[in-house]
Design a protein around this ligand. Structure first.
Ligand SMILES: Cc1cc2nc3c(=O)[nH]c(=O)nc-3n(C[C@H](O)[C@H](O)[C@H](O)COP(=O)(O)O)c2cc1C
Ligand SMILES: [Fe+2]
Ligand SMILES: [Fe+2]
Length: 407
């Protein structure tokens, strides 16, 4: 865990986490940071805590000592969001400090009690409520419900115009030496933009309509610094992460980069022959192609890659009268993440009955995904030259449909 000074009396405490499945599902190839913040006036507040893993709270206490904060004398615990990646340490904290006030929304208060036991010292806050810490440090609270969980709020510090945004404006990716946008190289900026896409699509995508409202709410505040619960701090250009998040909301509802993702699976290589052919056509047409072979690809990568692409090709054979299960499961997952309105094309091999196409339509329908498919191509066994011709036609039609979706 590291301490990083943001301004007089304000520090970030950040730890890199690797080798874990985020939310118990997402394989995060490049790690993630968990950021906690200390604001010190006459009174001291900690905004979002740390995860409750063995040894983590103790490390936090030690680092607090290095910035002259005695954890026993922390007055306020601001819980922007009760998910245990930000609050798990409360159990440990209660053992060393019995005189602190939890500040949170009414929905978070209920969760705090159900997760960590009866709490008497909770102050429930509503939109615009303030807390004066002294020495010029004044906090205000701004609920952004259903930005991940129903309980979430922003905390804003008016002296430094800092927005502590919790899960909003977060990104995966661990931080080494650089923590502020103005310290980062162009490669690091690009890295965190990609990790932002992966985080947004994996964790926040389902809540895109609420994220849009939260973007609007942040634009109503006068912000110099955005300090999220995961990922870098934006102080040179806080507008960048706001406009990135607006764009990510559009990816969620069908727009994307000028890229095609082929989401495919093949048991004995028949469908793969057509995938290889499709790749050569797309390369000839100058398109960036992302090839995701299921089930070899991680869920996290799969969701992020389809999410950011303006065009999608599904290539999967029939398996026991339905679609090859790893590809079917991937599409179900995209449905849960509410990735809607993509333009798409599907082809695949079958042996005697087919069935993949019917199941694909059912999945798209059931999840109300509203994907716009060009006519699908099914072929018996290995693809023949007439199948390749139909696939090429389908791809050219897809490229045409993609034009309106590319941003
Ligand atoms: C386990 C298994 C189940 C299958 N079930 C069906 C089926 O229900 N209906 C059908 O038309 N073909 C079925 N097939 C045949 C495949 O769809 C066919 O072999 C196809 O060419 C496989 O394409 P691939 O090599 O790209 O996996 C099945 C094949 C396997 C191995
Ligand atoms: Fe969360
Ligand atoms: Fe989080």
């Amino acid at each position: 865990m590291k301490k990083i000074k943001i301004a007089d009396g304000i520090h970030m405490l950040s730890m890199n986490v690797e080798d874990m499945l985020f939310e118990g599902i997402w394989e995060i190839a490049n790690g993630v940071t968990l950021n906690s913040y200390i604001v010190k006036g006459d009174k001291t507040a900690i905004i979002d805590g740390v995860i409750g893993w063995d040894g983590v709270p103790e490390t936090l206490y030690k680092i607090l000592g290095e910035i002259d904060v005695d954890p026993k004398e922390i007055d306020y615990l601001i819980v922007n969001h009760m998910e245990p990646d930000h609050s798990g340490w409360i159990e440990s904290f209660k053992k060393i400090n019995d005189d602190f006030t939890i500040v949170c929304t009414d929905k978070a208060a209920k969760l705090v009690t159900s997760f960590y036991g009866d709490e008497e010292n909770i102050r429930v806050v509503k939109e615009g409520d303030t807390l004066n810490l002294g020495k010029g440090k004044k906090l205000s609270f701004h609920p952004v419900p259903n930005v991940h969980w129903p309980d979430t709020m922003y905390t804003y510090e008016s002296d430094t115009k800092t927005l502590f945004s919790c899960d909003m404006y977060g990104a995966f990716g661990k931080m080494d030496e650089h923590h502020f946008d103005d310290e980062m190289t162009d490669e690091e900026i690009e890295f965190f933009e990609d990790e932002g896409i992966r985080y947004f699509s994996n964790v926040m995508g389902t809540f895109a309509p609420m994220v849009k409202k939260a973007i609007k709410k942040s634009k109503e505040l006068d912000i110099d610094i955005i300090a999220p619960g995961h990922g870098p701090i934006y102080r040179q250009n806080p507008q960048k992460i706001m406009s990135d998040y607006s764009r990510f909301c559009k990816y969620s509802s069908g727009s994307g980069k000028k890229e095609i993702t082929i989401l495919w699976g093949s048991m004995y290589g028949m469908t793969k022959k057509a995938v290889d052919f499709a790749e050569t056509v797309l390369e000839r047409e100058g398109l960036k192609v992302n090839s995701l072979e299921m089930p070899l690809e991680s869920e996290s990568e799969m969701v992020a890659t389809v999410f950011k692409s303006a065009g999608v090709i599904i290539a999967a054979p029939t398996y026991e009268y339905k679609m090859f299960p790893p590809v079917a499961a991937a599409i179900e997952e995209l449905g849960r993440k509410k990735i809607t309105n993509k333009v798409a094309f599907r082809f695949g091999s079958y042996g005697w009955s087919g069935g993949a196409e019917r199941e694909l339509k059912e999945i798209i329908e059931r999840n109300r995904m509203k994907w716009d498919f060009v006519e699908m191509v099914e072929f018996e066994g290995a693809p023949k030259s007439e199948d390749f011709n139909k696939i090429e036609e389908g791809i050219l039609k897809l490229l045409e449909n993609m034009k309106d979706k590319t941003i």
